[in-house]
Design a protein around this ligand. Structure first.
Ligand code: SF4
Ligand code: MG
Length: 320
């Protein structure tokens, strides 16, 4: 349903440097599937999702690749055509609902605006539908909520309202970028459960951007691990947790507290993601990798298939 090929999104900095924030990313999301992109901040996961929505602003630019949704290459569309697709065929939920919601309009108005624009409903139909949507996402008094303003809702309820707006036009693809990072842990689970329910009900594909492996473990079907603007490992969730291949994935998993991992054994990956205009010549993880060999500093490995569903970008898994 969503197919991204060879995506490159670069940022052209003042001093003629180029930050290769997303560099050759391939991904697919099928209907009904939850694909998680996981990585530290600076790994390129948010830029990937913004590129899919075509919300990249200067000095950033999508310089190469293909993004097709339901068989149409979005990169060939005009701004007007793209505006029709955004909010209609695909919708996005951001980390901080307060910045995505307009504080001067009621929740109802923000839903009806989308419905009137994309679905050509009249005022009455749109309001009816807004109330139904608010009920669907768990507002017990939807008839009242529809006339309330964002500041009258709690953080969790605002995120529910965002979900109502996002699903109002039955999108095929929902992109959620750290949708619960700003919320309390108990509310986080409720919001993720809701998104997961909506995904099933509406048969959407869900692209979930997160730095939280606990969230991945609970909700993802497939996982893409990003580092330095590239996918370094991809696999169905169960293989990734059982049998991680890339040293970066291993490091991430070691820093995950679990029943087997008491706090004293918590590993962390030394160092930080290098800035995107200063990636090393070789493997982008080489400056932090405990297994780095000579060739790791000379050239960057390709993403290679270990089997038809598990792929890794690392010289530990190549023949020569
Ligand atoms: Fe480590 Fe080398 Fe593999 Fe990169 S290619 S992750 S430096 S072992
Ligand atoms: Mg981010």
């Amino acid at each position: 349903m969503l197919e991204v090929k060879d995506l490159k999104t670069y940022f052209y900095l003042d001093d003629d440097q180029v930050a290769k924030a997303v560099d050759d990313v391939d991904l697919t999301v099928k209907a009904g599937e939850t694909v998680a992109i996981v990585g530290e901040s600076g790994s390129g996961k948010s830029i990937t999702s913004l590129s899919i929505m075509q919300l990249i602003n200067k000095p950033g630019k999508i310089v190469d690749g293909e993004i097709s949704l339901l068989g149409r290459n979005l990169l060939n569309l005009s701004n007007r055509e793209m505006t029709k697709i955004r909010g209609n065929d695909m919708a996005m939920i951001f980390q901080e609902p307060m910045t995505a919601l307009n504080p001067v309009y009621t929740i109802g108005n923000q839903i009806t605006e989308v419905l009137r624009k994309h679905k050509k409903m009249n005022r009455k139909q749109a309001k009816r539908r807004a109330i139904d949507l608010l009920k669907l996402v768990g507002f017990p008094r939807a008839e009242d909520t529809v006339d309330e303003y964002p500041h009258q809702l709690s953080g969790g309820m605002r995120q529910r309202a965002m979900i109502a707006i996002a699903i109002s036009c039955d999108p095929k693809l929902l992109i959620a970028d750290e949708p619960t990072t700003a919320l309390d842990v108990t509310i986080q689970a409720q919001i993720l459960d809701l998104m997961s329910d909506m995904k099933e009900k509406l048969e959407m594909g869900l692209l979930l951007i997160t730095h939280d492996l606990g969230v991945v473990a609970e909700y993802a079907d497939r996982v893409l691990v990003m580092y330095g603007g590239q996918i370094v490992e991809q696999s169905p969730k169960r293989n990734l947790f059982k049998d991680p291949k890339h040293p970066y994935t291993e490091g991430l998993l070691e820093s995950l507290p679990s029943v087997h991992n008491d706090l004293e054994r918590l590993g962390t990956i030394r160092g930080m993601v290098p800035p995107a205009h200063k990636f090393p010549t070789g493997c982008r993880f080489s400056s932090r990798c405990p297994h780095a060999m000579d060739k790791c500093f000379e050239s960057n490995p390709e993403l290679i298939d270990l089997d038809h569903e598990h792929a890794v970008r690392c010289y530990l898994y190549t023949e020569d």
